[in-house]
Design a binder for this molecule. Structure first.
Ligand code: AR6
Length: 237
């Protein structure tokens, strides 16, 4: 598969979801590329950054998600933005759903989805070609949460592709990693890119704790979502 697809290692901005690449991947992997045309419906699935292990206030986080989705949903063309969490009881999903209802946002372009971000296509048929990760400072696998799930599901390919590109991330920033086509997450779920996002940390047990400084924390979380959606925007251009 690698030999057949010559531009696997080219910079992110140049890597297109071309029909040619998809066609070749389809034949080899049988992935969800067969069912969904990525050119037509690019989809970013993203977890709520910082609201679990990093202990960020849910209500403030929900306001920021709605604010940034409102700002970017048209900017990202026909792409779908999907906020995800593991359970229907998710507090952050409920908060965002109620806050977004007051806004004029196209429900085809932004919606929520419940499930494991690493198994959406294989279990529910939602094909997300780009997924965001709530990462840690050193972009290390493990550590629990969505980070551990994504690194586990993507195999060593994600760890090495990440290391090749960057070693640390500062809060509020993202890095876009093209997923090698040998990664199980590409083969099984059709994920072509992982965007690592480092949000603000309010957990004293984790590095760079902001000690409840929500003035700074909100600014960092706004930057994190703006960088995430800007990263998607760059990919689509
Ligand atoms: N699929 C969908 N959503 C998930 C999944 C999953 N598999 N797993 C968790 N979530 P968290 P943070 C949701 O703690 O607060 C890690 O140790 C979860 O319910 O993953 O930004 C890193 O290494 C919550 O809504 O990220 C960092 O050190 C959201 O994902 C630190 O945690 C984010 O929860 C980052 O903490």
């Amino acid at each position: 598969l690698r030999k057949k697809i010559p531009d696997l290692n080219i910079p992110i901005a140049d890597r297109k979801w071309s029909k040619e690449i998809e066609g070749q991947a389809d034949k080899s992997s049988g992935s969800c590329h067969n069912q969904v045309s990525l050119d037509d419906t690019p989809t970013l699935a993203f977890p709520s950054i910082s609201t679990s292990d990093f202990q960020f206030n849910h209500d403030k986080a929900a306001d920021i998600i709605v604010q940034k989705v409102t700002e970017y949903s048209n900017k990202v063309g026909n792409a779908r933005l999907v906020l995800v969490d593991l359970t229907h009881k998710s507090k952050i999903l409920s908060l965002v759903k109620s806050k977004v209802a007051e806004k004029n946002i196209d429900t085809q372009k932004f919606f929520t989805h419940v499930g494991d971000i690493t198994h959406f296509y294989s279990t529910g048929g939602l094909c997300c070609n780009v997924i965001a990760n709530a990462a840690n400072l050193r972009l290390k696998p493990g550590g629990g949460g969505v980070n551990a799930s994504i690194f586990d599901a993507a195999g060593p390919e994600l760890e090495s592709a990440t290391k090749d590109k960057i070693r640390t991330l500062s809060p509020g920033n993202v890095v876009v990693i093209p997923l090698p086509l040998s990664s199980p997450l590409f083969i099984r779920e059709g994920v072509t890119h992982v965007i690592h996002v480092l949000g603000p940390n309010m957990n004293p047990q984790r590095p760079n704790c902001l000690n409840n400084d929500y003035e700074k924390g909100c600014k960092v979380l706004q930057d994190a979502y703006a960088s995430l959606f800007e990263g998607l925007h760059q990919l689509l251009r």
